[in-house]
Write a protein that binds this ligand. Sequence first.
Ligand SMILES: [Zn+2]
Length: 282
Amino acid sequence: MRIFDPHIHMTSRTTDDYQAMYDAGVRALVEPSFWLGQPRTSPASFFDYFDALLGWEPFRASQYGIAHHCTLALNPKEANDPRCAPVLDALPRYLVKDSVVAVGEIGYDSMTPAEDHALAAQLQLAADHGLPALVHTPHRDKLAGLHRTIDVIRESRLPPEHVLLDHLNETTVKAATDSGCWAGFSIYPDTKMDEDRMVTILQNHGTEKVLINSAADWGKSDPLKTRKVADAMLKAGFTEDDVDQVLWRNPVAFYGQSGRLQLDVPAPDAVHEGNSILRGGE
Ligand SMILES: [Zn+2]
């Protein structure tokens, strides 16, 4: 079984996690840039983080036989902090990097005017760079947040098939799929969405344009949730081909729209030497 985790924050995971993911079948992943928990006080700390997602983290992943790509953006929460807003102006020089396969995570946190601005500006950046966008839907006010998100996407120049709406659940899946966007589901250990509910959604909505991720980070989360969904699908009567579509071919098709997916894992030495030229800060 080959697995592509399309949303996981490896910065906050250990080498044991990389090994366990490889053993479970994970061969590729996408790491979206996100809020680090501790508020950042200047654009410079974003740039060091972006460089880590472009250089250091792919090197770590390659040591465990996993292809690593990233999505870069000013996240919704920090879009509200004027100290961080200048990141928007610097993003174009990062979005040209080879391993950036989308703009993200973008979207709404509290649905403020500053978030409106950052979301629209970054959808435009995605369109300008020929990249898809990873758009997170808010955990609070989920359905209202989703409708507002879809309105902003419709007003943008980015076609819906270049947008992945993430963190969906039973209440938002219909509106999301009706919009023409791809549908992402994050599977968590105890709250929000689990593997059995995910299987029911797949039975009701089918396997087209659906992506499943662990969204594992520093919080309570499980980097093997992709594999656990695959096993639950097989137990429920889905075929191996269905599993391959949802856990591999769909993420490859979505992020492949960037033209930048590189699924052969380079030798760790090659990645490490590439660090200096991958840096975006100069
Ligand atoms: Zn995330």
